[in-house]
Design a protein around this ligand. Structure first.
Ligand code: AMP
Ligand code: GLY
Length: 429
C-alpha cells in the first residue's frame, strides 16, 4: 500500500513511525513532513497541509492508496472531501463532520440533540452580551473561542477573580481578536470538576473500533499552572480510565456520536478524539471533540500499540472496519514535550539541538520531532513552540516515565522548557 500522511508535527511523526513498521506498506510519503521523519518517509516540504491541489496532484502522480490526514485545519477546510471526490481513500472526516471540532457551537448543539453529557453552555456573537452574561453568572465558568485556536482559545475562570478573568478573556478573544475570526463567536460554559481524559475511537462512519485513553498535560507549568498550550506531555494508560468508566464513555459518548452523525447523513470517518472530564462520581462529560489524533497523546499511543495500525486506518477509510478487531497494547508509555522558551506565547526559533541520538540509545525511547528543521551548519534546529516529544515505553508508567526523563535530560537547546510532572496522576495513584 502506498500511503501519504499529511502534516509535519510530533503527532504525524508518531503516525509515520508506526505506519512505517507495517508489512502492508510499500511506500510512505509525508506532506510536508519534516526532518525527523525523513528516514521513514519521502517528505515533500513544498506541499503544505492546506495546499489541497498539490496534495491531490501528488496522490495522482504517486498512485497513493490511502491518505491519512493529521491536523484539524485541512479537515475543516475540506481536504478529505476533495480527495474522496477525486477517488482516493482518506482517513479523516468531511468538512461537515469536522465541525465537531472546528465549531464549539456546532459540537455543543450536536451533543444537545443527541443527549451526550457535557457542560451547560450559551453561545454569543456580541462582546457586550457575553460580558453581561458573565457578570450575571458571577462565578466560575469557561470562555471559549468558537473556532480553531490550536488548543489555546480557552480561558478557565475560577476562584475569587473568576468574573474578572472571564471579562478579560472575552476582551482578548472577541475584542482584540487574538485568535482572529475564531473569536467572532464564543461559547461560555459551566466549569466541570474532576479528572481529564482523552479517549480515542476509530470509525468508518458506521462501525467503531475503540482504541484507548491517554492523559494530556495542557497547562504550560508544573502543577497544572500557567497558560493552556497544545499539550506539554502525555501518557497512557491513565488510571482514571477504569473498565467501568470506559464502558460509559463508549455507551454514552462514542456510540451516540458516531451513530448520530450517521443518522444526520454525515458519517464520521476517521478518529474521534473525545476530551472528557471524569467527574467525582465517575460520570464522563465531554469537554470537547476533536476529529484527529491528539498531539502529544499520539506519541505514547503509537509507542504503546503493538498491533499493525495501517490495516485499521485503511479499513476505516474504505468502509470495511471489523468491529471485532482486537488490538494489543503494551503496558505503558510516557511523552515529555521539550518546548521553546516563551511558548505558548512568542518564542525564538533557530536554536541548535544536541543530544537526540544520545537520548535514543535507550531502545525504549523514541524522540518525535514537533518543531525542528535542518540548520545551516548541518545540525537540527528548533522551528516551533513545541520542539520534541521524548517518548518512552515501559512495563509500568513509572518505568516509562523514568526512561523518558532520563532521555530528555540528554537533549539540549537554548531556553528548553519542559514540565517535570508528566504522568504524576498515575505515579501518585
Ligand atoms: P478545550 O480546548 O475545549 O479542550 O479546552 C482546553 C482545556 O480547558 C481543557 O483541556 C480543560 O483543561 C479546560 N476546560 C475546557 N472546558 C472546560 C470545562 N467546561 N470545565 C473545566 N475545564 C474545562
Ligand atoms: N493534546 C490535545 C490536542 O491534541 O488537542
Amino acid at each position: 500500500m502506498r500511503v501519504l500522511v499529511v502534516g509535519s508535527g510530533g503527532r504525524e511523526h508518531a503516525l509515520v513511525w508506526k505506519i512505517s513498521q507495517s508489512p502492508a506498506l510499500t511506500h510512505l510519503f509525508a506532506a510536508p513532513g519534516g526532518v525527523g521523519m525523513s528516514d521513514l518517509a519521502t517528505c515533500l516540504p513544498d506541499i503544505g497541509v492546506n495546499d489541497t491541489d498539490a496534495i491531490v496532484a501528488l496522490c495522482k502522480k504517486e498512485l497513493v492508496d490511502l491518505v491519512v490526514v493529521g491536523p484539524e485545519d485541512p479537515l475543516a477546510n475540506g481536504l478529505a472531501d476533495t480527495l474522496r471526490e477525486a477517488g482516493f481513500a482518506v482517513f479523516g472526516p468531511s468538512a461537515y463532520a469536522a465541525q465537531l471540532e472546528a465549531s464549539k457551537r456546532f459540537s455543543k448543539e450536536f451533543m444537545e440533540r443527541h443527549q451526550i453529557p457535557t457542560a451547560e453552555f450559551k453561545s454569543f456573537s456580541d462582546l457586550e452580551a457575553a460580558s453581561a452574561y458573565v457578570r450575571q453568572l458571577a462565578g466560575p465558568c469557561v470562555v471559549k473561542a468558537d473556532g480553531l485556536a490550536a488548543g489555546k482559545g480557552v480561558v478557565v475562570c475560577d476562584g475569587d477573580d473568576a468574573t474578572q478573568t472571564a471579562l478579560e478573556g472575552l476582551q482578548e478573544i472577541m475584542g482584540d481578536r487574538r485568535f482572529g475570526d475564531a473569536g467572532s463567536e464564543v461559547v461560555i460554559e459551566e466549569l466541570l470538576l474532576g479528572e481529564e481524559l482523552s479517549f480515542y475511537a476509530i470509525s468508518d462512519g458506521e462501525r467503531i473500533v475503540n482504541l484507548t485513553g491517554a492523559q494530556d498535560h495542557k497547562r504550560a507549568l508544573d502543577g497544572d499552572q500557567g497558560e493552556n498550550t497544545g499539550g506539554m506531555g502525555a501518557y497512557s494508560p491513565a488510571p482514571v480510565l477504569t473498565a467501568e468508566v470506559e464502558r460509559r464513555i463508549i455507551r454514552d459518548v462514542v456510540e451516540p456520536t458516531i451513530l448520530g452523525m450517521r443518522d444526520e447523513g454525515e458519517p464520521f470517518v476517521g478518529v474521534l478524539f473525545v476530551g472528557l472530564m471524569i467527574t467525582e462520581d465517575g460520570t464522563p462529560k465531554v469537554i470537547e471533540f476533536n476529529v484527529r489524533f491528539g498531539d502529544p497523546e499520539t506519541q505514547p499511543l503509537m509507542t504503546r500499540l503493538e498491533s499493525d495500525f495501517l490495516p485499521l486506518l485503511e479499513a476505516a477509510a474504505n468502509g470495511t472496519l471489523a468491529e471485532d478487531t482486537e488490538l494489543v497494547w503494551g503496558e505503558a508509555a510516557v511523552c515529555v514535550v521539550l518546548a521553546s522558551a516563551g511558548y505558548p506565547r512568542s518564542y525564538e526559533t533557530g536554536k541548535l539541538i544536541t543530544g537526540i541520538e544520545d537520548a535514543e540509545t535507550d531502545n525504549a525511547v523514541t524522540v518525535f520531532h514537533a518543531g525542528t528543521k535542518a540548520g545551516a551548519s548541518g545540525g537540527i534546529e528548533t522551528s516551533g513552540g513545541r520542539v520534541l516529544g521524548v517518548t518512552a515505553c515501559g512495563a509500568s508508567v513509572r518505568e516509562a516515565h523514568d526512561r523518558a526523563y532520563a532521555a530528555a535530560s540528554k537533549i539540549h537547546f537554548d531556553g528548553v522548557q519542559l514540565r517535570r510532572d508528566i504522568a504524576h496522576r498515575a505515579l501518585d495513584a
